[in-house]
Write a protein that binds this ligand. Structure first.
Ligand code: URA
Length: 185
């Protein structure tokens, strides 16, 4: 098993896929290494590529507001993405990019050992919960996978584009709070 430093250093130097040619920074992940709760997004956007920190752009600011609304502190959670490098023009990740990158996330999960993993959006839900995941129908549902409870909610970027989805996303986060209480977190 790798240490955090070994993992982060190998990720920061990664050239396993073509995205290393266009990235400004690798966006490894951030937050509490002992978090009981982990959020996993899709891939860095422009602001994340420029800063090296996940969810700092407009979507991240909306995520922070949703977390605040249900009394979850960003400092208490760990946040990472399926892809550590930004796809040009924020296009969807390619299957070969996901396959090249997913080992870093699996190692992060193995080191954090969270009790709950929340997927932000369809891309993360398909990769981590079920390849046939339907976000419109299955958001807010709980899945037991190995040692973790998992659930997916709408990606904050989707909530920026479509305000009508926000009440359902809020319900998902209330369900997250209930699950945390049930698990004594
Ligand atoms: N969208 C994501 O999926 N991840 C980020 O880090 C930022 C925007």
């Amino acid at each position: 098993p790798m240490t955090w430093n070994e993992l982060e250093n190998s990720c920061l130097g990664c050239k396993k896929c073509a995205l290393h040619e266009t990235r400004t920074n690798v966006v490894f992940g951030t937050g509490n290494a002992n978090a009981r709760l982990m959020f996993i997004g899709e891939a860095p956007g422009e602001k994340e590529d420029l800063s090296g920190i996940p969810f700092v752009g407009r979507a991240g600011q909306l995520l922070d507001k949703f977390l605040y609304a249900v009394d979850i502190d960003r400092e208490d959670v760990y946040i990472a993405n399926i892809l550590k490098c930004r796809p040009p023009m924020n296009r969807d990740p390619l299957p070969e990019e996901e396959d090249a990158c997913i080992g870093y996330l699996r190692s992060q999960v193995a080191l954090v050992k969270p009790k709950i993993i929340v997927c932000l959006g369809r891309i993360a839900a398909k990769k981590l919960i079920d390849p046939d995941f339907r976000i419109t129908r299955q958001h807010g549902q709980w899945f037991r996978r190995g040692d973790f409870w998992m659930m997916a909610t709408f990606h904050p970027s989707a909530l920026l584009r479509d305000v009508s989805k926000r009440p359902e996303a809020f319900d998902d986060l209330m369900s997250l709070r209930a699950k945390m209480k049930e698990l004594g977190l």
